[in-house]
Design a binder for this molecule. Structure first.
Ligand SMILES: [Fe+2]
Length: 281
């Protein structure tokens, strides 16, 4: 299933959903800005995406990061439309061989596993027709994460930087210190509109991003002193965050967990992103 949300003459959001992702209230909003498709949805939605783009195929694809719900259809679209794909340099090995990422069973079921492809490294500023996008490094959610900033209208395409103001859990390979720095960097751009890959339009992005940063700083102020006293991550998680959100924890079999979030605060910047070369389940 897809839905086209035409926001302006230049910007359309393609909302993708499958039956299963609908049951889990999980959708994606893939932006098409001019001729540039920003990320490409998840593999299981490939037929919907192809239908959505039939009338006006993109001329190129850019990626915010290499999680499989963002790169799922790039190989397919590259072959179908003969278009180039650009991604952060650190994403390129994963795009070439997506199986090096740890795909848990729930991820394979919900999103599918993308085909590999050769992509080009993103420049610092990307120009395509009337579209000009600055590439802003924003690690934390993933080591390779970037956002795209359109400076004339102060639009920012957030990928998975935001997700929600209060995310009480994380996956194992995240770094909260990097994420907070990334939020500060994007808040400093004073964006007027922002587009979250899973929430859609954020009409007051500065305050939304500030609320997320405040939530994370509040957690940090609680977590670090407890860790300095010698408390382990699981005990800190129970004390500060309570129980894992049960549905998320059950479906992901612990991949999403409060303990992972606590650990993500205890890592130095730039660390903790190493992916095991195995399937988790
Ligand atoms: Fe992601």
């Amino acid at each position: 299933m897809f839905e086209l949300k035409k926001l302006t003459n230049e910007l359309t959001l393609v909302r993708l959903q499958t039956r299963l992702s609908g049951v889990l209230s999980y959708g994606t909003f893939v932006p098409l800005l001019g001729d540039v498709l920003i990320d490409s949805g998840f593999f299981r939605a490939r037929r919907s995406l192809a239908r959505a783009l039939q009338a006006k195929p993109p001329q190129l694809i850019v990626h915010t990061h290499a999680h499989e719900d963002h790169i799922g259809n790039s190989a397919f679209l590259k072959a179908a439309f003969g278009i180039p794909v650009f991604a952060p340099k650190a994403s390129l090995p994963i795009l070439k061989n997506p199986s090096i990422m740890a795909h848990g069973a729930y991820r394979r079921l919900l999103w599918g596993v993308p085909d590999g492809l050769e992509a080009n490294p993103l420049p610092d500023t990307l120009e395509a027709g009337k579209v000009r996008l600055m590439v802003i490094p924003t690690p934390g959610h993933a080591h390779d994460h970037v956002v795209f900033f359109e400076p004339e209208r102060r639009w920012v395409f957030l990928g998975d930087l935001f997700l929600s103001a209060k995310v009480p859990c994380a996956r194992p390979y995240e770094n909260a210190m990097d994420l907070m720095d990334s939020l500060r960097r994007v808040i400093g751009l004073r964006p007027k509109f922002a587009f979250c890959y899973h929430k859609g339009v954020l009409s007051d992005p500065e305050n939304a991003l500030k609320a997320k940063l405040a939530f994370m700083e509040g957690l940090m102020e609680k977590i670090l002193p407890l860790s300095e006293k010698g408390m382990d991550a699981a005990t800190i998680a129970r004390k500060v965050l309570g129980q894992d959100p049960w549905l998320m924890h059950a479906i992901s079999r612990g991949d999403f967990s409060c303990v992972h979030l606590v650990r993500s605060f205890l890592r130095p910047p730039g660390e903790g992103y190493e992916l095991p070369n195995i399937a988790l389940f």
